[in-house]
Design a protein. Structure first.
Lengths: 543, 316
């Protein structure tokens, strides 16, 4: 017994060191090397730096408010009221989560951009000389954020509402509380963990958001785009200081939000039954709710549809018309017949697959050590797995770029930048929290007596793992793995810092197609990424 | 008897064609009425109609002469104890009990807690309490705003059997001390008898019979009440006539009202279940119908041929 215990402790120590090397070590190196007097002075004295940092903060805060303002009412509407089409619409409006950020942003560009579908229609309807607006700056970024991030509030609030016990609400009523009092004294406090969770996720996503500010920012810089621009200008020391500043803001935001979350008091006291959706009684109101619901769904689906439409328009065919004059599959044909265009697709697919496989393997090892063996280092392992989630992707991209461009084997630093290894490594770091959370949660729900039962029936370790443990972990594993794969497939944040021409992923190819005004090809890439993501997530969500 | 809580032809029609009611009941001030019925009989619907959580499709409910049929639950001033207690997990015990009180009412909260023998528990977290304590907090919370009527939805079903009986007596004692008019839902006959002054038996949405426990037990009005309330042997035809029935009526006999004798209904003892002071004997008659006799532990042996006679029968 003691021998086996020791062996798992050694395994845990090895895993912890590996995770620390991947997750913390690069950050520490950036932190150490950022302590560079000139760079620090530059950062502190240039107004542009402070403006970008402040922009990151307020854009993130306003994104949280906007996302909450859209997502929470929607969640109440769909969870509490019944009207025709409720189920279909309820699933449809969760769609933006399927779109990788970059794809969502270019879909937005094609729809609402100054030469986009809507602007074009208005321009020709009103016979305007120029486009009616320019989709640029903070407002454009906030629009994209609100559109893609309300889903967090929508899903979290719905999940929270579904867990509410209807007898709680009835108890409040029986004690004389009217609707408003019930809402503020019972429902909101019970929903608080869900709301804080959604706020945290939105804040972190908005703070790390790169595609929207990169495409729509114009002269308006947030910290993520500022860092990449500084790095591309070759001012590495300054880029490191900026990275540390962004990381500090992220950590501060997390700490503040965590504090408002409160203790996890919501231990289920009884088997709660969620409130049934109430049918809307008045026919007029019901019709209005239905129409509003469908209009909303169309509005939310419009970017996806526009993306598909643009992908069908051959190069140069669509100039000033409202609707494209020609529609065919030219772009897809080019995409799949020209090896140079097919290559980024393969690059992204294999890099996302490899990184996901490794992230799953590490998470499985962590799950076994943390939950089953309850090793002494379990808290450290869990924290390391979750850490990449707490910092913006740009921070890790810069950290990896700095750490792995130096050959110093004694410091465990190798030249990986410029090789085919660095991007999968970056995707792996970003995927760890996703697979880690899914698999650890599944491991915790797994009854240990199942594995003991298998052992008592004579199954060896391998047989127990493949026949009992893995099948039981499948839902959590599939969910985590599909999220990690999709994140890698659509990644731009790490890719734009670390790619080489040979290993360029699809997101970089989309950007360069856009730059060459090959919108059709860019859209076709976007559609392919969107479809693959949707299929993978759909498979991952199946029970 | 003038009813303090008057239920007149109240009715609920569900969408799938299931109807509860119309049911009429008068409950006196300070009386405890048990609503007893199998699951799905409509007893919980009745309670929710009284609380106002379901709207009635017909009939009315009145308290002390005031029609409350259309009054929303928040203004009805009916206290309710839920099956799973529905204690608010984000509030401590004192805040839970004070939820229905106006302003800061520490005095009333501690009085309510003292009533259920939980004095000094104000600052405790709800999930730190045992099941029985949670149940008492739920009771204190319901009673604190001094409601006109107390409604209890299977409040003992979440407790383990050993605790259930003791809690039942404590519950009755508290209710009687407060003197509040109470309606109590259960599917267990023993609970209904122990707690209720009167019992209303409900089956398939209809009121079968209302009465004191011994009235239901000794004088059930139909076969459902006879068999649902207590153990009952049902005899028909030849067997019924052998026990003294005239004509073709159905005879219901409680096991303790049967005894072994020199003549009567013949049969063979198939099983003996010893319960200490007495034993249940399962007897099979010549028609292969089985019935139970409660008798002295050594009154008969398995396999023995016996004759059974009834000391008291219920003819239906």
């Amino acid at each position: 017994m003691t021998v086996r215990l020791r062996r798992s402790e050694i395994a845990a120590a090895a895993l912890m060191l590996l995770l620390a090397w991947l997750v913390i070590y690069p950050i520490l190196i950036v932190g150490a090397e950022a302590a560079h007097p000139t760079a620090l002075r530059d950062f502190l004295t240039r107004p542009g730096e402070w403006a970008a940092l402040w922009a990151s903060v307020w854009i993130s805060l306003v994104s949280v408010i906007l996302a909450a303002a859209i997502g929470i009412p929607l969640a109440f509407l769909f969870e509490w009221f019944d009207f025709p089409g409720r189920k279909t619409l309820g699933a449809l409006i969760a769609l933006p989560v399927v779109l990788p950020p970059l794809v969502g942003v270019i879909a937005f560009l094609f729809l609402y951009g100054e030469s986009g579908f809507v602007a074009r229609a208005i321009q020709s309807l009103l016979h305007l000389q120029n486009a009616p607006w320019r989709l640029q700056g903070a407002a454009a970024i906030l629009l994209v954020h609100a559109y893609s991030m309300y889903v967090y509030f929508y899903l979290f609030t719905r999940a929270g509402l579904a867990k509410l016990d209807v007898s709680m609400l009835e108890a409040a009523q029986a004690l004389g509380a009217d609707r408003r009092a019930t809402l503020w004294r019972v429902i909101v406090p019970l929903l608080r963990p869900s709301l804080v969770g959604a706020a945290m996720l939105t804040f972190m996503t908005a703070l790390g958001s790169f595609s929207a500010p990169y495409i729509f920012g114009g002269g308006f810089r947030v910290m993520t785009t500022q860092i990449v621009a500084t790095k591309l200008n070759g001012d590495l020391p300054l880029a490191m200081v900026e990275t540390v500043a962004l990381a500090l803001v992220a950590v501060a935001g997390l700490v503040i939000l965590r504090r408002t979350e409160g203790d996890d008091i919501l231990v289920a006291l009884g088997k709660g039954i969620a409130p049934r959706p109430r049918p809307i009684q008045r026919a007029g109101v019901r019709r209005l709710a239905t129409i509003a619901g469908w209009a909303l769904a169309v509005l939310l689906l419009l970017p996806h549809l526009t993306l598909i439409l643009v992908s069908l328009v051959p190069y140069g065919a669509w100039t000033t018309e409202i609707l494209p004059p020609v529609i065919n599959l030219d772009n897809y044909r080019r995409l799949f017949s020209e090896p140079e265009r097919l290559r980024p697709m393969w690059n992204s697919l294999w890099m996302a697959s490899v990184s996901t496989a490794v992230a799953v393997a590490l998470a499985l090892a962590a799950g076994w050590l943390v939950v089953r063996r309850r090793v002494a280092l379990r808290r450290a392992i869990e924290a390391l797995l979750a850490l990449p989630w707490a910092l913006p992707g740009t921070v890790f991209a810069i950290a990896l770029a700095i750490t792995f461009s130096v050959h110093a084997p004694l410091q465990l630093r190798f030249v990986l930048v410029g090789t085919a290894v660095i991007l999968p490594l970056a995707y792996l770091v970003r995927g760890l929290p996703l697979t880690g959370r899914g698999i650890l949660a599944a491991y915790r729900q797994l009854d240990p007596s199942l594995e003991e039962a298998a052992a008592s029936l004579g199954a060896g370790r391998w047989r127990t793992l493949t026949r009992v443990t893995l099948p039981q972990l499948k839902p959590g594993l599939a969910a985590g793995a599909s999220l990690a794969f999709v994140a890698g497939l659509g990644d731009i944040v790490a890719s734009i810092v670390l790619y080489t021409y040979e290993t360029r992923p699809v997101s970089i190819e989309i950007l360069s197609s856009l730059r060459l005004a090959e919108t059709g090809v860019a859209a076709a890439f976007g559609v392919v990424v969107m479809l693959v993501s949707a299929v993978v997530l759909g498979v991952g969500a199946r029970r | 008897m003038s009813g303090f809580l008057r239920i007149q032809a109240i009715e609920k029609r569900w969408r799938d064609g299931v109807t509860v009611g119309p049911i009429s009941l008068d409950i006196a001030q300070g009386e405890i009425l048990s609503l007893l019925g199998p699951s799905g009989s409509g007893k919980t619907t009745m309670l929710r109609l009284l609380a106002g959580f379901e709207s009635a499709d017909g009939g009315r409910v009145a308290v002390a002469g005031e029609d409350v049929t259309a009054v929303p639950p928040a203004q009805r001033r009916f206290g309710m104890v839920f099956q799973h207690y529905a204690l608010f997990p984000h509030l401590d015990v004192g805040e839970n009990v004070g939820f229905g009180l106006q302003g800061r009412a520490n005095q009333k909260v501690s009085e309510a807690l003292a009533l259920v023998d939980l004095a000094g528990y104000e600052k405790r977290k709800v999930h730190e309490l045992s099941g029985g304590q949670q149940q008492r907090v739920a009771l204190a919370r319901a009673l604190a705003p001094e409601p006109r009527v107390l409604l209890l939805d299977e409040p003992l079903s979440n407790l383990d059997p050993a605790l259930r009986e003791r809690t039942r007596h404590e519950l009755r004692e508290v209710i009687k001390r407060v003197g509040i008019t109470t309606v109590f839902v259960t599917h267990e006959q023993e609970e209904a008898f122990d707690l209720g002054d009167r019992i209303a038996v409900i089956n398939q949405g209809r009121l079968e019979q209302v009465g004191a426990p011994d009235e239901l037990y000794e004088h059930p009005v139909n076969l459902f009440v006879a068999t649902f309330v207590g153990r009952a042997n049902v005899f028909r035809g030849k067997a019924a006539r052998a026990l003294g029935a005239n004509g073709n009526g159905v005879l219901v006999v409680r096991p303790e009202r049967l005894r072994f004798a020199g003549a009567g209904l013949p049969g063979v003892v198939r099983e003996r279940r010893y319960i200490g002071a007495a034993a249940f004997f399962v007897v099979e008659d010549d028609e292969h119908e089985r019935f139970e006799v409660l008798a002295e532990p050594d009154a008969a042996k398995v396999g023995e041929r016996v004759y059974v006679e009834a000391t008291r029968v219920i003819a239906l």
